[in-house]
Design a protein around this ligand. Structure first.
Ligand SMILES: O=C(O)C(=O)C[C@]1(C(=O)O)C=C[C@@H](O)C=C1
Length: 159
């Protein structure tokens, strides 16, 4: 396996993990405000932006959008699992809780352009035999539930 390919997969999965790490902050802020985990309006806004940015760097906008939808789905799984746990524990509102618009969404937005560059690099190698194994066994993603990992990674397959 070419070292560059390994490095590209590490970079991508590291960024995916950074994005998934924001989900507990989103979950906390929504626990306090009672806002729904699923926010289709916000998703559409991100996807419109993602498609525009993808075109600008020569990445297939449909692939970029499908990739981000998978990352939303993985993040929503994390959020739902936490809300379920907090319901059982009768968790009190978090204090201080991160503000979704001011603190949390800007972190997600700052990761978007980096993720787009990273998936553009990896996309070219998706049909290489080692890529699938490297994606599934990526160290950065190993601390997430298999279900969460699958939701995030399974979009990255040989067409
Ligand atoms: O920003 C939110 O409200 C989130 O819950 C985060 C996020 C995302 O991953 O970007 C995930 C689920 C929502 O449907 C919208 C966006």
């Amino acid at each position: 396996v070419a070292p560059t390919q390994t490095a590209q997969i590490r970079y991508l999965t590291g960024l995916m993990a950074q994005r998934l790490d924001v989900a507990p902050l989103v979950a906390q802020s929504k626990w306090n405000t009672g806002a729904a985990i699923n926010d289709p309006v916000r998703e559409q806004a991100i996807l419109a932006d993602v498609q525009k940015q993808a075109l600008a760097i020569g990445l297939d906008p449909r692939f970029a959008a499908a990739f981000f939808q998978a990352q939303f789905d993985a993040g929503k799984l994390i959020q739902s699992q936490l809300h379920q746990k907090w319901q059982l524990q009768k968790q009190a509102p978090f204090s201080p809780a991160p503000d979704l618009a001011k603190d949390v969404r800007p972190i997600l937005d700052s990761l978007t352009p980096q993720l787009l560059i990273a998936i553009k690099e990896v996309q070219a190698n998706l049909c290489q035999p080692e890529t699938k194994r490297q994606l599934q066994q990526a160290g950065a993603l190993s601390r997430f539930d298999p279900e969460v990992r699958d939701a995030a990674v399974s979009i990255l397959k040989c067409p």
